[in-house]
Design a binder for this molecule. Structure first.
Ligand code: M6R
Length: 605
């Protein structure tokens, strides 16, 4: 988490640092700050969103042609101004993304030598370490390199020096850092998107690298200190715009983009005229794969959980799924030649990346489904299957999820055909239903007003339950996650059949229960569970299709969605659960695009 930007230039940097931070705010918004060397280190910092920093700068502008900036997601120390980056001594200012695990020991050693600390963060110690090195006679470069060598943990750093308007040092270990090449200017950033408007020539530092940036050069050192060359590439994210258009929130805009971006994603992996789903060449034989493992976090994990149902039913292939934070430490046994699939919108999620590295060490083929093709997860994969959702800015993942499901559906169909697991008639049925997803998702959006009216009936709820069966069970969990993260209403998703094993005790007339039950194979079972809840005065809101509503018997509240094949139901039922969470949150007045305590990209474990 946390976003870093740095500019060494020949014209004022303050506004451009702020603009870079705006593009990085998805990484955290607990506080923000910038520093320049004018030639003294001068800082402006503010608690909370970037707009607070903008107000501070309006009152007290910052001059300087070299500077660093930071947007924070708090790990050590409360989100206060004094804990905001950049952290600085008189000689050195530092911005940091990651966690310094040995900061307490380092801090004690430095304090014993007379260094005084003003924050509770792990990061401040870096500025003091570099300062201490310079006090012993080291050059800025030597002091930075020596300090980096003493740090344990994960980090990306930007380091600025008083009196030096032509030297910026960056370093990475465990957290990404990008160098942007400009014309008489150089940039440093946590991701390519932040330097997009400044430069489209970028270089990803490799693990352990540190870099000396001047206006005209980037000298990159590897972890041994040797000068190395790294590939300079064109960035494809260069000028992508990140505005809300006519929508009040990014989340709503992104929900409404789904018909288009699902279509874009489908076009990459599906051609109805030439046999349906297809995949790029794989380094393994799909017919011989012994097992698939799917690992991800949050919403991306729920996409994986849906795919487990698909892989097992349609491709008849055993699948293990897990959330990355658990998978990475449980030392799962993995068969030789297995395929491990990692799903991530950002492609930077620390736990998912660590799980990927574990799977690689176990001889698995690594397939990633990412929305950022230049991300760390993509770069460490054998096969990358990009989603084409476009930039997702709202913290709540919406269009990335349905695009992940779209890629997974195509992948499953390709596996199923390669393994001879389904007959031609089934292939035709599944392909034909998949081909209709973009247009059906457009139809689902037509029900927005009805979903708003359901949301109005739920504003007093303190707890909400979501129920589903089969591939709609992960959707129930996704609906609950969506609701809790943006409305702050407690919600849980359960397998409908599991209710009577405990959760039904929660049911009373104050607990809304969203039942996801398209008519299909598991409809009757789900509806039986729903009636068990209604019999206990549960306030059921049934999401089904016309036929389902007819067959379900009397239900307190309902919404009739288009009738769809079981296969594609999880993709389409994602839309109403997203809209429900959105409207309920608007009614509650929460901060929808940047909910409290969260960040879009979770780069710490
Ligand atoms: O970037 P990723 O897809 O790896 O992120 C995974 C989760 O952090 C993410 O899906 C998170 O759960 C969202 N806030 C859910 O809306």
């Amino acid at each position: 988490m946390c976003g870093i930007i740095g500019i060494v230039g020949d014209k004022p940097v303050s506004d451009r640092l702020v603009e870079g931070l705006r593009r990085l705010e998805y990484r955290g918004y607990d506080s923000a700050g910038i520093a320049t060397a004018t030639p003294a280190i001068t800082r402006r910092r503010a608690e909370g969103k970037l707009d607070n920093l903008v107000s501070v700068l309006a009152d007290r502008p910052l001059t300087g042609i070299i500077g660093i900036g930071h947007t924070r997601w708090a790990t050590h120390g409360a989100p206060t101004e004094s804990n905001a980056h950049p952290h600085a001594t008189e000689q050195v200012a530092v911005v940091h993304n990651g966690i310094i695990e040995n900061f307490r020991e380092l801090r004690e050693e430095l304090a014993a030598k007379g260094h005084q600390f003003e924050s509770e963060t792990d990061s401040e110690v870096i500025a003091h370490l570099v300062t201490a090195g310079m006090a012993e006679g080291l050059s800025p470069q030597q002091a930075a390199s020596a300090a980096i060598g003493q740090l344990h943990g994960a980090f990306a750093l930007g380091i600025l020096f008083a009196g030096q308007d032509n030297l910026l040092i960056g370093a990475r270990r465990g957290s990404p850092l990008v160098v942007g090449y400009g014309d008489g200017e150089m940039y440093l950033s946590s991701d390519a998107m932040a330097v997009g408007p400044l430069s489209n020539r970028i270089c990803y530092l490799a693990e352990g690298d540190w870099v000396e940036l001047t206006r005209d050069s980037a000298i990159i050192h590897d972890e041994t200190g040797a000068v190395v060359e790294r590939e300079i590439r064109s960035s494809t994210v260069a000028a992508e715009s990140i505005d809300k258009g006519n929508f009040p929130h990014f989340m709503l805009k992104e929900i409404y983009e789904q018909p288009t971006v699902i279509g874009d994603t489908l076009n990459t992996y599906f051609n109805a005229l030439s046999g349906g789903a297809f995949m790029p060449e794989m380094p393994f034989d799909m017919a011989q794969v012994p097992k698939v493992t799917i690992v991800a976090c949050g919403t991306a994990a729920y996409a994986g959980f849906v795919a487990k149902y698909w892989f097992e039913q349609i491709a008849r292939l055993g699948v293990e799924t897990d959330i990355a934070s658990e998978f990475r430490y449980r030392e799962a046994a993995m068969p030789d030649g297995g395929v491990a699939i990692f799903i991530s919108q950002s492609g930077e999620t620390a736990d998912t990346l660590a799980a990927l590295r574990y799977a690689k060490s176990q001889g698995q083929y690594i397939v990633s489904i990412v929305n950022v093709p230049e991300s760390s997860i993509a770069r460490e994969s054998d096969v990358v299957l990009p989603t084409h959702a476009g930039p997702e800015i709202g913290v709540a993942s919406t269009k990335a999820f349905t695009c992940q499901l779209t890629v997974l559906a195509c992948l499953v169909l390709t596996f199923a055909r390669a393994r001879g697991a389904i007959d031609d008639a089934t292939v035709d049925r599944l392909c034909s239903s998949l081909a209709h997803v973009p247009e059906l998702s457009r139809d689902v959006l037509q029900h927005d007003d009805r979903i708003l009216s359901i949301a109005k009936d739920m504003t007093e709820a303190r707890d909400v339950l979501y129920l589903g069966r089969g591939s709609l069970f992960p959707l129930a969990m996704e609906g609950a996650l969506k609701l809790k993260e943006i409305s702050y209403i407690h919600a849980e998703g359960y397998a409908a059949g599991e209710m009577k094993h405990g959760p039904i005790a929660l049911v009373d007339d104050g607990v809304p229960i969203i039942v996801l039950a398209p008519s299909g194979r598991l409809f009757e079972k789900t509806v039986s569970n729903m009636h068990e809840v209604i019999a206990r005065k549960g306030q059921v809101f049934l999401m089904s299709d016309e036929q389902g509503l007819k067959d379900a018997g009397p239900v307190p509240h309902s919404i009739a969605l288009p009738a769809v094949d079981d296969f594609i139901a999880p993709i389409l039922y994602a839309v109403p659960v997203q809209l429900l969470a959105y409207h309920l949150s608007v009614l509650k007045g929460t901060d929808i695009d940047q909910p409290r305590n969260l960040a879009k990209s979770v780069t710490v474990e």
